[in-house]
Design a protein around this ligand. Structure first.
Ligand code: PMP
Length: 405
């Protein structure tokens, strides 16, 4: 499939004349995803899981078959282990509220890395506050490495829950999730993995990772916004109370209480996002068609080209590893004496869309002493020409701010 011009599959890439290099924030959507979501509303729209008439059954079938596609995609054992949510953030909050609040107590520890996105940090701050557990941060090195010493002291006999990002949304590094999970499991802790930044770029096997819970968002892997996934080991999900309650998640209700539905519906209160699920299934189908072999190879080429270009610029500093293979397409950088907000505005004038700020990872940026960065994030559909335009634009930022070089 390497000769195909994938850009033709994306209406936004055809309709937009800027270089979109903010894919870690959200990816563009191929036509098949847009069609799947539209077709649900055009041809199958009824409230799923409720009616017994054919249209409602069809809507249910579309929704439930998307769950099978997701199960396959992350190599889970059963559809019961796949909960549809709105996004990664909701998935992680579900675990914090339903699992952590009911299983942690004072004296216990929650281990998180300092590089977590706020969505994989604030829910644990909340859980620690409410239960009296201690939140312990594992600090990384400048290149994102978590040393054995850090892992061994951070994950210990007090650890009851480890929450770790598979791929950092600032550094782009892939964390040693399996090694950390093995250690956490040896102390009987559960392991929560934030897969928001890994699912678009690499094959996921929740068993190989050692994940008890795994969260991700549809929109980052070219699916629609508003649909996300929480994988949870069935035994754990079975024992957890619902996160939210109301319609669609019960077997029966009386004046005094309710019998909850079986998994996965126990965790899907209210009318579900069936069109979003259909779109997500289409996105997964598309990503499989492109193939992770090609995606990884192409994204490494783009990242290498970008980092080699930036390395020639004296006032530009890439955050994290100096090896492109440790970046998963993410290149965050600073430019001496220019605030990233100015950098991104200047670059926007050149038609380059990049992100500026703290990237919802403020504790990491404080730890690294940079506070704010500009971030480019590549996807396989970006072109060499876009990378070159990006580097050229970065090269001109300081002069445009009035510096001699
Ligand atoms: N975790 C990481 C590592 C992320 O990059 C993001 C998105 N920026 C999130 C969690 C949150 O994802 P969402 O906003 O889709 O819930």
């Amino acid at each position: 499939m390497t000769d195909r011009n994938y850009r033709e599959d994306f209406p936004m890439l055809r309709n937009n004349d800027t270089a979109y290099i903010d894919n870690a924030a959200t990816a563009q959507k191929p036509q098949v995803v847009i069609d799947a979501e539209r077709e649900f509303y055009e041809k199958s729209n009824a409230n799923p899981l409720r009616g017994f008439y054919p249209l409602s059954l069809e809507a249910t079938e579309k929704y439930e078959s998307a769950r099978k596609v997701v199960r396959d995609f992350i190599h889970a054992d059963s559809e019961k282990e796949i909960i549809f949510t709105r996004n990664t953030t909701e998935s992680l909050n579900l675990v914090a509220y339903s699992y952590a609040l009911n299983n942690l107590k004072a004296g216990d520890e929650i281990a998180v890395t300092i590089m977590e996105h706020h969505s994989n940090m604030l829910p644990w701050q909340m859980a620690a506050r409410v239960t009296g557990a201690t939140l312990r941060y594992l600090d990384c090195e400048k290149d994102g490495t978590l040393t054995d010493e850090t892992i061994n002291s951070g994950i210990n006999e007090h650890t009851k829950l480890l929450a770790v990002g598979h791929v950092s949304n600032v550094l782009g590094c892939v964390n040693p999730v399996r090694k950390m999970a093995d250690r956490a499991h040896s102390f009987g802790a559960v392991v929560v993995v934030d897969g928001a930044q890994s699912t678009p770029h690499m094959t996921i096997d929740v068993h190989e990772l050692g994940a008890d819970f795994f969260a991700f968002s549809g929109h980052k892997l070219m699916g629609p916004m508003g649909i996300g996934v929480l994988y949870g080991r069935q035994e754990l999900l079975d024992a957890m109370p619902p996160f939210m309650s109301g319609g669609e998640m019960i077997d029966s209700v009386s004046r005094d209480g309710a019998v909850y539905a079986e998994l996965p519906h126990k965790f899907e209160a209210g009318t579900v996002n069936a069109a979003g699920a259909a779109g997500l299934a289409a996105a997964i189908g598309y990503i499989k068609e492109v193939g992770f072999d090609y995606i990884e190879k192409r994204e490494l080429e783009l990242t290498t080209r970008a980092m080699e270009g930036l390395a020639k610029l004296p006032h530009v500093h890439v955050i994290g590893s100096d090896k492109p293979e440790n970046h998963t397409g993410i290149v965050a950088f600073t430019i001496d004496n220019v605030h990233p907000h100015d950098v991104s505005e200047i670059m926007a004038a050149d038609g380059i869309d990049v992100r500026a700020g703290h990237h919802c990872a403020q504790p990491l940026l404080v730890h690294l002493g940079v506070y704010n960065t500009t971030r480019a994030s590549f996807m396989f559909y970006n072109t060499d020409e876009e990378v070159d335009a990006f580097v050229e634009s970065v090269a001109n930022v300081r002069r445009r701010m009035g510096y001699a070089e």
